[in-house]
Design a binder for this molecule. Structure first.
Ligand code: PMP
Length: 382
């Protein structure tokens, strides 16, 4: 199989699994227990915490382990909002946050919080002028992703951090798609809180973290004594050890980013040459190295994914599937892309497991399958 869906999840690295196995079988005691095995587990937890903090440029006390990015996002937004001053009642999200996170925006609104969405421009970048106009003294926090999961577009975290700091508001950054793909440093990024999820960088699923700047308070959303009272619940020690191992494996991120970007560029150039109806979104703005979001004319993404499946190539659609059919991507819709074009969106997301051979195979097989369909589509178009 050629796996081109790294933004959905990544294959766990063998070294990650090797690091987790002895914990699963041997260090299963509760890290909050007083007895010897519990204290052993506590030491393993604290070593992993130190590793996570070191690789991500934070302090061990700033690491709150969670079940992944969704929980970290909820903890940050609900927790920071609950801890904010009474005159700060408004919360801002970008209009292209992860679908689960936009559900939180909706839920907050339903419960009476004033929520505003910061729009994006047609090229997928955040509208900074709109952000500046929206961030005022009544804002409790801004929640902004570092990189978009569909388009790969990078968001202006430093610029928004300057705006939130000037307004006395908090900034939460969902860095789930960026960490592991591009360099990241918590101390330097300007955010008060940052979410991450291990399975996006060759770690296990169901584990992640919220990095919370020292001195910033949030109200816990699950009550208990773990994680300094900020997130109750027994820590997932094998997962946490796997996440730390995955972070240590990242190595020279710039070098790997260059390699992946050149594969992505070869893919895009080859597809454009073979199929001139290929339209690729967000190519003129900074984006993640491995993400390519495109459509082949207006060929339905279901048809494209079926052909890819025949070729044993895994990619993704930009559409959210519900029982009633497919809905156009919220991200493309926010960029002003017409529904019929958005419904044709295919996402290729390349990563560490890909080679030039994968791209050559795709380019040698897919165009021949799509070309007759595109010709037919043009002939039958009204
Ligand atoms: N935020 C972003 C930007 C994501 O891409 C994802 C995963 N697709 C999440 C949050 C949710 O991560 P998790 O499934 O680990 O909770």
């Amino acid at each position: 199989m050629i796996y081109l869906d790294h933004n959905a999840t990544t294959p766990p690295a063998p070294q990650v699994i090797a690091a987790m196995l002895p914990i699963l079988s041997g260090v299963w005691a509760n890290s909050s227990s007083q007895h010897g095995p519990g204290q052993d587990a506590k030491r393993v937890l604290s070593t992993a915490r130190a590793t996570v903090a070191r690789v991500l440029g934070g302090k061990p006390v700033e690491v709150i382990f969670t079940s992944g990015a969704t929980e970290a996002n909820h903890l940050a937004v609900r927790g920071l909002l609950a801890a904010s001053a009474p005159e700060r009642k408004r919360v801002l999200f970008s209009s292209v946050e992860h679908a689960g996170h936009l559900k939180l925006a909706h839920a907050l609104r339903e419960a009476g919080t004033v929520v505003d969405l910061i729009p994006v421009r047609p090229n997928g970048t955040l509208d900074l002028a709109a952000a500046a106009a929206l961030i005022g003294p009544d804002v409790a926090l801004v929640s902004l992703m570092a990189a978009n999961n569909e388009t790969g577009v990078l968001m202006p975290v430093a610029e928004v951090a300057a705006l939130t700091q000037a307004a006395g508001a908090r900034l939460h950054v969902d860095a789930t798609q960026l960490i592991g793909k591009l360099p990241f440093n918590f101390a330097a990024c300007g955010a008060d809180a940052v979410s991450l999820s291990a399975h996006k960088f060759q770690g296990p699923k169901g584990v992640g973290a919220l990095l919370l700047r020292q001195g910033v308070t949030l109200l816990p959303q699950t009550l208990g004594s773990q994680e300094r009272g900020r997130r109750g619940g027994t820590e997932n020690l094998p997962g946490i050890v796997g996440m730390a191992a995955a972070l240590e494996l990242l190595g020279d991120i710039d070098l790997e980013a260059q390699r992946v970007a050149s594969l992505r560029d070869a893919l895009e150039t080859g597809l454009r040459q073979a199929l001139p109806d290929t339209h690729i979104w967000c190519t003129s703005v900074p984006r993640l190295p491995g993400t390519s979001y495109l459509r082949f004319g207006q060929l339905s993404v279901d048809v494209v994914l079926q052909r890819l499946d025949r070729l044993n190539i895994a990619a993704s659609s930009g559409a959210a599937c519900s029982s009633g059919g497919s809905q156009a991507s919220q991200v493309l819709t926010a960029m002003g892309v017409p529904t019929e074009e958005a419904l044709a969106a295919v996402r290729f997301s390349l990563g560490r497991s890909n080679t030039q051979e994968d791209i050559d195979t795709l380019l040698n097989t897919l165009p021949a399958l799509l070309e007759p369909l595109l010709r037919e589509e043009i002939l039958t178009a009204p």
